[in-house]
Design a protein around this ligand. Structure first.
Ligand SMILES: [Zn+2]
Length: 64
């Protein structure tokens, strides 16, 4: 994942993955830890857009 400098500067930085994961675990929502290629530290992101969800079956198939 490419991180823009502006985003990097705005985000909180963690020196270690452990520190970032600890904060992520306390958050009321799901956060992911990733290593930033700009500052070489760790950031948290709530984005899940990159994750693929199984497509919904619109037709309700399987009804015999
Ligand atoms: Zn960064």
């Amino acid at each position: 994942m490419k991180t823009r400098p502006a985003i990097c500067n705005r985000k909180k930085r963690f020196a270690t993955r452990e520190a970032a994961e600890e904060v992520a675990a306390r958050a009321p929502f799901k956060l992911r830890v990733y290593k930033c290629s700009l500052c070489r530290r760790f950031h948290l992101t709530s984005r899940t857009k990159g994750m693929k969800l199984p497509p919904r079956d619109p037709g309700g198939s399987g009804c015999a």
